[in-house]
Each structure stands twice: as C-alpha cells, then as structure tokens.
Design a protein around this ligand. Structure first.
Ligand code: PLP
Length: 425
C-alpha cells in the first residue's frame, strides 16, 4: 500500500510505533469516540467495548453526568496542590468515606500509586501500632498477582516479563498460592513479623480467577487472629464490576441489598482506582479507619495531584452514577445471563472450554495452549464482527463491558461472541 492509500487507522498506528515507547501490544483498532457501551474507530465503524479500559469505564464512555462535573470544575479550579486547602477535597472525602463506610480516605491518582500507598500505610502501622521491629515487617501477597508497575510492586510479581532486568527488587514480601487458606495460615503462624495480606478478591489480570467460597472471609479471620491487615486491591473488581459495590463487599452502603452467595468481608485497607472516576480522569484512593490511617502524618506521604478539585468532582459524580443507575444489580443480573448463555454454547463447543467470573467480570478459556495465538486471532475476528476484547494470558479472553449495558445489547453481544467462536471450531 502506498503512503497516499494508507487508512487513517494505519497512519495513527504508525505514529505510535515511531514516536511512542513500545510498552504495549494493542489490538489494531484506532478509536476516536465513545458513548455508553459503544466506541467508534476513525473510519466510523462502531464496536461494543468489552474491555472498558480494564474496568475503568464501568459507568460507560463519556457519561454526561461525569463529563459535566469535570467540565464545570475545570472552568472553576483545577489544582491547588495540598499546600493549600480547596473547597472540593473535604466534600469528596466525606462523600467517599461514607459511601464505602470507612473513617478516612487518602486520595491518589493511579492504581499503582494507591497500592504503593497501602503498602506504606501497612508498614508504618506495623512499626507504630503493631510494634514490629523497624525494617522487619513482611507483607504476604499471592502468586500471579497484578497490582501495578512500580519498582516495588513488580518486585513481588511473578510475571517474568514485568520483572526481568528491573532489579534490584524491594524486600519484605512473602508470596503464597492464591486461594490457599492453609498456606496463609501456615505463613501467619510461622512469622511474627507479618504486617499485612494484600489480595485481589478476584484475580483479574491473571485470567479472572474467582477464589473458592470462603477464601476471603477465611483469610480475613486469619488476619484478625494474627493482627495482620487485610488489604483488598479492588482497583479492578470494585465499583460494581462484580455485581456488588465491592467484590469483598462488607458492611458498606452497597446499593444491592441481597448479597447472598459470597461472604461479606470488610477489608482493613481498601484500594480503589479505575472506575472511581468512570474512566474520565486518573483517580485512586486508599480507605481505612482511624486506628490505621492516623499513622499518616504531615510529610510522610503525598502527591501533587492527589485529591485535586477535578478528581474530587469527577469521583463524586462517578459514584453517584453507580448508585443512581443501579450498576451493581445490573452487573449481577447481566453477568448471570452472560455466563449461562456462554456456558450453554460451551457444552457444544470444542474451541471454548470454560466461562467463569462474577457480575460483568468474566473470562472464556480457549481450548489451546497459552503460547498459541488462537485467543488473539479470536479477538481480531471479534473486532471484525464489531466487539472489542483482549486476551489475558495467552488462551484466556476477558469480557468486561461497561455496566450501563442493557439486556438487549448483552444478548446481541453474546450472539456476536458465539458466532465468532463458531468460526474457529
Ligand atoms: C489496573 C490495576 C492496578 C494498577 O492500576 P494503574 O492505574 O494501571 O496503575 C492495580 N491493581 C489492580 C488489581 C489492577 O487491575
């Protein structure tokens, strides 16, 4: 193809390849507009978004209420830094603390920053409240975790690509198998220096691994017994994604009344990001009660942009949308339909072997090796058929549409997915 004939999409991709660092391998589609559950590419083709920016766009693309809150605040005051007070931060802190039922919130920007904040909070609590000798605290984490990309966080990742040649690594972490209560019990019993247990209530990046019934509540009970902080990374699972306000969902102002099926667990430290802003702006947070959060004193931690007025306005609007539009209930209901329809197809299929998930965080496992490119090719064909999803770990495809989807749209998506999978039988 000559330069003159290049599509708009190809031109945009070429620019990224030439001038951008190659730290991602995106599906070749170039988007320039989004609304609700839909996105459009630069050629004008419309797609269902089945990734939602890794669950940041739970409230749907360009939600008018969130965009309006952002625009209004952008015209008024954008940033003061924390050197001065502003009239939005306290309002947001009260709103979010009450919404999630914690005494206090510590606002940050990205998910990885919030995880770092939680780790620092946990260590400081360990030395100043629990009484562990300085520099000896350990934090238990799970194998195949994903908590972000900072030097410390990748230190306890076991993804070789995320780690290799980024050492030396940060000490003070003990890795145990996910969903293994006995391993946690043994670790806590044999080490008096454990300060916290950091866990994803469902491992999203690893391939949407849902732990066994009783794992989270059992882990919380063990943490209580050993005076260890239960730290839930709900950056991906939180804010209605899994059919409840939080996947750990303990004692919060959850709009969903019937929480039967999964045990209630109230984390000591809750980490949020992604959908906290509905995808409009980088907003993350750590929430905890005073007995923990009060170890943070002036000068001990901070961020120039953390808790800025735009973030405060955007996050309040984004959380209001979750309640007003009953997104948790919707995710719960549509997720059940999704899994049951895909499961019925899988009974007859040789290409797909399993569907799993909670709410609208689901994955389909493709019947091929992790090294094969079948899942990638299926995602390319899904794209051609008008639906965008991405493989996670070779042979697993994650399906996580915006939670503002309706049943008619979901059923159309299920038929696109089944039709596409059939093309690979
Ligand atoms: C995405 C994610 C993060 C990191 O968030 P960033 O905003 O990309 O830094 C941390 N934890 C989990 C569970 C995530 O899904």
């Amino acid at each position: 193809m000559s330069v003159a004939e290049k599509t708009q999409s190809q031109k945009a991709i070429d620019l990224e390849n030439k001038y951008g660092a190659h730290n991602y391998h995106p599906l070749p589609v170039v988007l320039n507009r989004g609304e609700g559950v839909y996105v459009w590419d630069v050629e004008g083709k419309k797609y269902y978004d089945f990734l939602s920016a890794y669950s940041a766009v739970n409230q749907g693309h360009c939600h008018p209420k969130i965009v309006n809150a952002m625009n209004e605040q952008a015209k008024t005051l954008t940033l003061t830094s924390r050197a001065f007070h502003n009239d939005m931060l306290g309002k947001y802190e009260k709103f979010a603390a009450e919404y999630f039922n914690f005494d206090k919130i510590l606002p940050m920007n990205t998910g990885a920053e919030a995880v770092e904040t939680a780790l620092k909070l946990c260590r400081k609590w360990a030395y100043e409240v629990k009484g562990i000798k300085e520099n000896e605290a350990e934090i238990v984490v799970c194998e195949n975790n994903f908590h972000g990309r900072t030097t410390t966080i990748i230190s306890f990742s076991n993804d070789p690509v995320a780690r290799k040649n980024f050492g030396p690594y940060t000490d003070g972490f003990i890795k145990i198998e996910y969903d293994n209560l006995a391993a946690l019990k043994e670790t806590l019993e044999n080490n008096a220096n454990i300060a916290g247990f950091l866990v994803e209530p469902i491992q999203g990046e690893a391939g949407v691994y849902v732990p066994s019934e009783g794992f989270l509540s059992g882990a919380k009970a063990l943490c209580e017994k050993h005076n260890v902080l239960f730290i839930a990374d709900e950056v991906q699972t939180g804010i209605a994604r899994t059919g409840r306000l939080l996947a750990t969902c303990g004692n919060c102002s959850c709009p969903q009344k019937d929480c039967s099926g999964t045990p209630d667990v109230k984390p000591d430290v809750l980490i949020l990001g992604k959908a906290l802003s509905g995808g409009a702006y980088p907003v993350s947070a750590v929430l905890a009660n005073n007995d923990i959060m009060n170890v943070i004193q002036p000068g001990t931690h901070g961020s120039t942009f953390g808790g800025n007025p735009i973030a405060a306005a955007v996050a309040m609007a984004a959380l209001e949308v979750v309640t007003e539009e009953s997104l948790a209930e919707n995710a719960d209901r549509l997720g059940k339909i999704f899994r049951s329809e895909i499961d019925a197809f899988i009974q007859t299929s040789s290409i797909a072997t399993l569907v799993r998930g909670r709410g609208l965080l689901n994955a389909i496992v493709i019947n091929d090796s992790e090294e094969s490119d079948t899942a990638w090719n299926i995602c390319m064909r899904l794209r051609d058929n008008g639906l965008l999803a991405k493989p996670t770990h070779g042979n697993i495809i994650r399906f996580a549409p915006p939670l503002v989807m309706n049943e008619v749209q979901l059923k159309e998506c299920v038929s696109i997915i089944i039709k596409t999978l059939k093309e690979f039988e």
